[in-house]
Design a protein around this ligand. Sequence first.
Ligand code: UDP
Length: 328
Amino acid sequence: MILVVGGAGYIGSHLVKELVKSEKVIILDNFSTGFRSLIDSNAILIEGNLGDEKVLSHIFSNYAIQAVMHFAANSLVGESVQNPYKYYENNVCATVTLLNTMLKYNIKNFIFSSTAATYGIPKVEFIDEDQPTSPINPYGRSKLMVENILEDFSKAYGLNYIVLRYFNAAGAHESGEIGESHNPETHLIPIILQHLLGQREKISVFGTDYATPDGTCIRDYIHVTDLAEAHIKALYALIDGKKQTGVYNLGNGKGYSVKEVIETCEKVTGKSANIEYANRRPGDPAHLIASSAKIYKELGWKAERNLEQIIESAWKWHQKMVAIHDKN
Ligand code: UDP
């Protein structure tokens, strides 16, 4: 049995949808940013906080948990700058309680959602895991702190862990049943698609003077189902004893500028966007592109879905959301 903390969130829910095919799953979620509609009916749901030792002890003493997968973090860079306490309290302190309680019950396998934000402003075009980590905001720092804690806990207490550093997760499940929902929405692809559905007046492009070919920021977009599949490979690498520890990037290895993403959305949807060129958003590096060679070599995973497929799946989901909204 696998405990998925944050299984009602965007990435956690997509992982659960794949994982229930092969494992019994318990979700722990407090619905602070997750949604009940994303919960998979094949999973057991426990409502509670990941830093609540009582809830964790209840789970660990009642179910034979083989591994914990942790998706329950706050992840907005701007908010982390405004309210760092929230980020250190939830992303770091609560995670330490989770780890400590796991160890009390002798549960030693842990998969951790980390981020490309741990690299800060990269010095190279393709970022591999040997690049220095130097996050530039509290969100990235909170994730790196947990990575360091995992290293120490592994050495001291024999914890096995895999850290997965996501680049830009996007897209929706092929079934059209679940997809990306954030409130407020800050991510580029959902914002463009909401605009193309008439829910937003325009798209603001944040910065046109970056040192990139068209002046807009370049990111590496990875389909959320590709991410889910990487987690499952990582999980079995721990459970089967193939790996004790590991840190891997998860990306497509291909970068797209904000302008290119808008153009691809226009192509997929057949609609044209109203674009406003705005100032840079603070804290945005010009380009973030992953080298995912390490995880391919060690765990045999690579991204299978390209930007068009990401946008097609997201478009299907966003159209469905509008239909549900209109019906209600
Ligand atoms: N972006 C933009 N307009 C928006 C939202 C995002 O130009 O309304 C840009 C943002 O500055 C970044 C890229 O799109 O360069 C991806 O941003 P997102 O928030 O989706 O992901 P991040 O890279 O911050 O994790």
